[in-house]
Design a protein around this ligand. Structure first.
Ligand code: HEM
Ligand SMILES: [Cu+2]
Length: 671
């Protein structure tokens, strides 16, 4: 550690002129040839000159092929976020359509078949194409910056992950346009989704969409786990890791354990439907409840896969806006880990009405109530931080408050539903719809909007409008309560979910009308958020490297960060590095500048271990994703697709992994 760079990361903004770039690239090639003279950053190579060299090494090739072949975590993360927000908008439009239909009794705006497709598309899109991917996207963007490295681990897998996700989304929405969208609810219970009751291809499309998104999520989880465990800046021990990184580590491990379960289930469903196996056919010794077990073994952890990243956002926002380190850092970490573990022991609370053995019920009731404890601990830690700090109520912080209020209500109705006698009454009513929107929107969408506002300057280099943001927040918060609170009442009055209409005279008119009005307010708030986001791209105040005075490493580099993230890799000496070494961060030097290289550190103590060559941009992940997509889609129609389709997929993978870079091996750190 010889060099000290300024916290503002000198030179990061310097972009070389086009002619200059070619010259630098030629120089880089020359250096590559004379292998003995490897260029590294260090006391002799800093400032503008270093920035130019790194820029030439790390930027991706221009043009459309360059766009397809990028392996930059920031670009991939941004794409993930934008695509997921588009799906949020699409599913939101469907929500409004449902609310218009339900505004009055006996309405005839949407017929029963379309309505079934619409609620299925809404739920499926929200869960598989919006909520999980958007969290992954934010993490893919932020985690490498937050842990102080130049790219994610396995960057080509990262690119592959995005394309798989995109193709899965296109498959589902293409089917909707063709009027063959799935119509059996977002959890696709058998036998309703089986060959007998769902003829046609609707259920197969749903099942394959699941496979796409699970492959994408598993890939992203592998990328995140490895990045967090092996690429942290020197000195960032596990104990000093930012809480968002902790949350994502837990979530990534949860993805790895839970998603195979649903991928397996959807594969079994396809096989029942296509080649006549009987996994879920009770007449042939199959079991319908097997579907529910496999689905909810994924489905319950899924809600925590959505919720825990949101708690990570909240911890980061609370810390910055209260200007003090989070109260009980290690308590929050333990809460995250224990929530992650406990959430695998609760899935049967979705199956209380299926007639399982009584003893099992008591166990799952107890477990469901237990998981409220770590969440409660986190909430106490945030409140204590606010209590002891000087909170500034900027927009991200408002969303945190909105989150705490709303999520606590949703959590309480959750504890109510965990009691079997109550669940038997309220199962499949609008009470449940109210409950899960309180936890999903309150627990994930509110923190997400806060987080997007908070990190917007980092991603775009500009600030969002504070005024529009505040108006948007209040519209959202009030609109949300108006839209969803009455659903509790409708549910207790006995209104079932998933019905396209209801008769007059049951007392359901008023709650439904109020809900519809509120849902339009929520939509207005979302529109305001989008308008704010788009306008601020052009008109927003230019952001400095650290506009909110945050403490973690993503704020140590320019906004937006250069392709190489950091001119020098920072070294960390505390939980809140930017507060503890104001203006200046210690750095490590010695990484190559003429070729892409990452610093690999040890898992627990984060001491420098290796210098690892990084894969170059490549179109093969894209081509591999296309080939895999062809296999997945064709296998909806014929099992032979698996045999023939795997050939192009295998070729794409061979080209992707072709070891032309054998000469580049990880090397030990020079000290
Ligand atoms: C403007 C915001 C929203 C409104 C007005 C809305 C409205 C609705 C309505 C009315 C239903 C019930 C349909 C029925 O049972 O007939 C529903 C179901 C559902 N919603 Fe939303 N929703 C919104 C946002 C969200 C978000 C953000 C998520 C997830 C992150 C979500 C996830 C779901 C799920 C999983 C279902 C269940 C679908 C099924 O029964 O298969 N919703 N929503
Ligand atoms: Cu659950």
């Amino acid at each position: 550690m010889t060099d000290r760079a300024t916290g503002k990361s000198e030179g990061a903004m310097g972009r070389p002129a086009p002619g200059e770039r070619d010259r630098i690239e030629a120089e880089n090639r020359q250096l590559e040839q004379q292998r003995k003279k490897i260029a590294r950053d260090g006391p002799k190579l800093t400032g503008e000159k270093l920035a130019m060299r790194l820029e030439a090494t790390w930027r991706r090739p221009p043009g459309f092929v360059g766009w397809l072949s990028t392996v930059d975590h920031k670009e991939i993360g941004r794409r993930y976020i934008i695509t997921a927000l588009l799906f949020l908008a699409l599913a939101g439009v469907l929500a409004l359509a449902m609310r218009m239909q339900l505004a009055q009794p006996d309405a005839a705006l949407i017929g029963p078949d379309r309505y079934n497709q619409i609620f299925t598309m809404h739920g499926t899109t929200m869960m598989f194409l919006f909520a999980v991917p958007v969290m992954e996207g934010v993490a893919l963007y932020l985690i490498p910056l937050m842990v102080g490295t130049r790219n994610s681990a396995f960057p080509r897998l990262n690119a592959f992950s995005y394309f798989m996700y995109l193709f899965g989304g296109l498959l589902l929405w293409g089917a909707f346009l063709l009027n063959i969208a799935p119509d059996m609810g977002w959890f696709a219970y058998t036998p309703l989704s089986g060959p007998q009751y769902s003829p046609g291809k609707r259920a197969d499309i749903w099942a394959q969409m699941v496979t796409f998104t699970e492959v994408a999520a598993l890939s992203a989880a592998v990328v995140l786990t490895s990045t967090i465990l092996k690429l942290r800046a020197p000195g960032m021990t596990l104990a000093r890791m930012p809480l968002f990184a902790w949350a994502m580590l837990v979530v990534a491990v949860m993805i790895i354990f839970s998603m195979p379960s649903v991928a397996l289930a959807s594969g079994m469903l396809l096989s029942d439907r296509l080649i006549g196996t009987h996994f879920f056919n009770a007449y042939e010794h199959g079991d319908n409840l097997l579907w529910q077990h496999l689905f909810w073994f994924f489905g319950h952890p899924e809600v925590y896969i959505i919720f825990l990243p949101a708690t990570g956002f909240v911890s980061m926002i609370v810390e910055t806006f209260c200007r003090r380190p989070i109260f009980g850092h290690s308590v929050v970490v333990l809460a995250l880990v224990s929530t992650g573990i406990l959430s695998f022991g609760l899935w049967v609370h979705h199956m209380f009405t299926t007639g399982l053995p009584r003893v099992g019920y008591s166990f799952f009731t107890a477990a469901s109530m237990t998981v409220a404890i770590p969440t409660g601990l986190q909430i106490f830690c945030w409140i204590a931080t606010m209590w002891d700090g000087r909170p500034r109520f900027a927009v991200p912080m408002l969303y945190v408050i909105g989150f705490i209020v709303t999520f606590v209500i949703g959590g309480l109705t959750g504890v109510m539903l965990a009691a079997v006698p109550i669940d038997l009454q309220l199962h499949d009513t609008y009470f449940v719809v109210a409950h899960f929107h309180y936890v999903l929107i309150g627990g994930a969408v509110f923190p997400l909007l806060g987080a997007l506002t908070y990190w917007y300057p980092k991603i775009t280099g500009r600030m969002m409008s504070e005024r529009l943001g505040k108006i948007g927040f209040w519209t959202m918060f009030i609109g949300f309560q108006v839209a969803f609170f009455p659903m509790h009442i409708a549910g207790m009055l006995g209104m079932p979910r998933r019905v396209y209409t209801y008769p007059a005279g049951l007392g359901l008119e008023i709650p439904n009308l109020i809900s519809t009005v509120g849902s339009f307010a929520v939509a207005a708030a979302v529109v305001m958020f989008v308008v704010n986001g788009v306008m601020s791209l052009y008109r927003g105040k230019i952001a400095t490297a650290n506009p909110w005075d945050g403490a973690t490493l993503e704020w140590a580099t320019s906004s937006p960060p250069p392709p190489y993230n950091f001119p020098h890799i920072p070294a960390v000496e505390s939980n809140t590095p930017l507060w503890d070494s104001p203006g200046e961060l210690p750095v490590v030097t010695g990484l190559r500048v003429d070729d892409k290289e990452l610093l690999v550190t040890t898992v627990v103590a984060a001491t420098p271990d290796l210098r690892e060559p990084v894969p170059h941009p490549s179109v093969w992940p894209f081509i591999a994703a296309v080939a895999t997509a062809i296999v997945f889609i064709c296998s909806i129609f014929s099992p032979w697709a698996l045999a023939f389709g795997l050939i192009p997929a295998a070729i794409a993978l061979i080209c992707w992994f072709w070891p032309k870079e054998l000469k580049r091996q990880p090397e030990p750190v020079i000290t």
